[in-house]
Design a protein around this ligand. Structure first.
Ligand code: ADP
Ligand code: ZN
Length: 211
């Protein structure tokens, strides 16, 4: 299965991606995680991306398109993949189409802005491995410590409240039009995000089982 996950920042794409990834045994490709890893390693791409990410802006199309092209060419993507956070603009979606890759479905997880703002304030990430947690909805076993690697859990700089509002604007302006883009290709599936993570997962898996 070749799947795109759409949805506002904080809609829970990453969490659902992990679950789908395990169930269908396909890798998740998260541009956000790839960019943050590059940033941490101090690569040239990471340095270029930093100011955009910190401001809640999108990294330029050509940068992310380059990243995805390389990543999708790796052998583990041959049997399918989940794209989490790509495409985020129409030019990115067109670039993907032009790579000759046929997507089975673009699944949009819908969550109201007010709910997003609430959720983002509780989001924490492991500074070592990037795993994500939530102070209310996805608590680690030990407060402030990553279950997977025992790294310290921190607030991402772009999860600060003002940046979140900007990211939401960017989402509505640049990413939401992708819903029509994929609807026109008859590939759009919509799932309403629920309070409970598990309930959203159930809806997501049901939608995927029907394609
Ligand atoms: P979230 O899904 O919570 O918004 P991500 O981890 O996917 O966060 O992305 C974090 C940041 O990385 C974005 O705000 C943006 O600056 C950058 N980024 C990630 N994916 C893309 C993309 N496809 N195009 C442009 N910028 C991106
Ligand atoms: Zn960790």
């Amino acid at each position: 299965m070749r799947l795109i996950l759409l949805g506002a920042p904080g809609a829970g794409k990453g969490t659902q991606a992990e679950i789908i990834s395990e169930k269908y045994n396909i890798p998740t490709i998260s541009t956000g995680n790839i960019i943050r890893a590059a940033l941490k390693n101090g690569t040239e791409m990471g340095l270029k991306a930093k100011s955009y990410i910190d401001a809640g802006e999108l990294v330029p199309d050509e940068v992310v398109i380059g990243i995805i092209k390389e990543r999708l060419a790796e052998p583990d993507c041959m049997g399918g993949f989940i794209l989490d956070g790509f495409p985020r603009t129409i030019p990115q979606a067109e670039a993907l189409d032009n790579m000759g890759i046929t997507i089975d479905c673009a699944l949009s997880i819908e969550v109201a802005d007010s709910e997003i703002v609430k959720r983002m304030s509780g989001r924490r990430v492991c500074e070592k491995c990037g795993a994500s947690y939530h102070t209310e909805f996805k608590k680690p076993e030990v407060d402030g410590v990553c279950n997977l690697c025992e790294g310290k859990l921190v607030i991402r700089k772009d999860d600060e409240p003002e940046t979140v509002l900007n990211r939401l604007n960017v989402y509505h302006e640049q990413t939401e039009p992708l819903k029509s883009y994929y609807e026109n290709q008859n590939k759009l599936l919509i799932v309403q995000g629920q309070q409970e993570l598990k309930e959203t997962t159930a809806l997501v898996l049901k939608a995927l089982s029907e394609i």
